[in-house]
Design a protein around this ligand. Structure first.
Ligand SMILES: [Zn+2]
Ligand SMILES: [Zn+2]
Length: 354
């Protein structure tokens, strides 16, 4: 079968022919139907310091997908052969104290598809049956694929109290934009968003932001104070990892406000803890992955209940063979989600032509 591989430590990816994987005990074999590219995949392609420290090689990359169950390992009967499933990319141990107390997303033994074990940019992949999430049969393949990533947004939005609150989203990459949509759907009074990219601000506008601001040309603090009657916001959803965005966001947080932090800073940053956190009585939440499986049920409600339409998030569809072009598009910053199709005739919209 074909697989997009990191063949050895260092930059770059290549398409390789490798043997069909065999599902082990408790695993299913999935035929990949659609797989979306994430920022993490770019780190692994570039082999930056984060990837060099965390990822293994050789490795098949990619972790966001949907596919059809085509084989069962021993002990598995569910989901049945032929089921369309999405995949939770974090494989957890199931027996540690976190897993046993409903906090599996914090499992110290977590192994991530496409980082620690073979991922999904391939014709087939094996995953634990417990990581397969059956989808409605009529769900578009690109939407089914990007649920994993939508889950990061839904998790971030659902930790602070959001209903009736004024919300600021700093960073409008795909997760930030989906967080805008989720915050509106979950009853936020107003949602403001910042980014340096005009393309991404336009996506945030389209997905429901009340106002967006160019963080490179506008004084974000004054601009947000101006639209919030000088109050600032109740909730900060930090998606950028940029030190200035974190500082501005916490400046804008009202006393007693809550900040949920998802964006990775990649390196230590400095922060005025006294004025931005302590004297405000602010609460900071670190967000990792998706709550297992609360976040997936929340997503199902938002998507199937018609509260969030992720259709506009999918801006580019390409054949798996065109992975290099797809990664370059994603790296440009001028995309929403970029989705790869092993069989291009499966594409649920027009294929991208440069
Ligand atoms: Zn991802
Ligand atoms: Zn565990």
């Amino acid at each position: 079968m074909r697989a997009i591989r990191k063949v050895a430590p260092g930059p770059g990816l290549e398409m390789a022919e490798i043997p069909l994987p065999v599902p082990g005990m408790g695993e299913v074999l999935l035929q990949v139907k659609a797989a979306s590219i994430c920022g993490t995949d770019l780190h692994v392609r570039n082999w930056d310091p984060w990837a060099a420290e965390h990822a293994v090689a050789p490795l098949t990359v990619g972790h966001e997908m949907c596919g059809i169950v085509v084989g069962h390992g021993s002990g598995v009967t569910d989901p049945p052969i032929g089921t369309l499933v999405s995949v939770e990319s974090h494989v957890v141990c199931g027996v540690c104290s976190w897993c046993r107390t409903g906090k599996g997303h914090l499992c110290p033994e977590t192994r991530i598809l496409g980082v620690h074990r073979d991922g999904v940019f391939a014709d087939f992949v094996t995953v634990p049956a417990a990581n397969a999430w059956p989808d409605p049969e009529d769900m578009p393949l690109s939407i089914a694929s990007l649920q994993e990533n939508f889950g990061n947004a839904v998790h971030t939005v659902s930790v602070p109290e959001i209903e009736g609150r004024k919300v600021l989203v700093t960073g409008c990459g795909p997760v930030g934009v989906m967080a805008v949509a989720a915050a509106k759907a979950l009853g936020a009074r107003s949602v403001y968003a910042t980014d340096v990219s005009a393309f991404r601000r336009a996506m945030a506008d389209r997905m429901g932001a009340d106002a967006t601001f160019d963080a490179s040309t506008v004084d974000v603090v004054s601009a947000v104070l101006a639209v919030t009657d000088g109050e600032g916001v109740d909730v900060l959803l930090e998606m950028s990892g940029a030190a200035r965005a974190i500082d501005n966001g916490l400046r804008l947080l009202k006393p007693g406000g809550e900040a949920a932090l998802l964006g990775l800073t990649s390196r230590p940053i400095t922060l005025d803890i006294d004025d931005r956190v302590i004297f405000k009585g602010a609460t900071l939440h670190g967000i990792v992955g998706r709550r297992l499986w609360d976040t997936w049920y929340q997503m199902r409600a938002l998507l199937r209940g018609g509260k969030v339409d992720l259709g506009p998030m999918v801006t580019h569809r390409l054949s798996l063979e065109d992975f290099d072009m797809a990664f370059d598009l994603m790296a440009s910053g001028n995309t929403g989600k970029v989705v790869l199709f092993p069989d291009p005739t499966d594409a649920d919209g027009p294929l991208y032509r440069p």
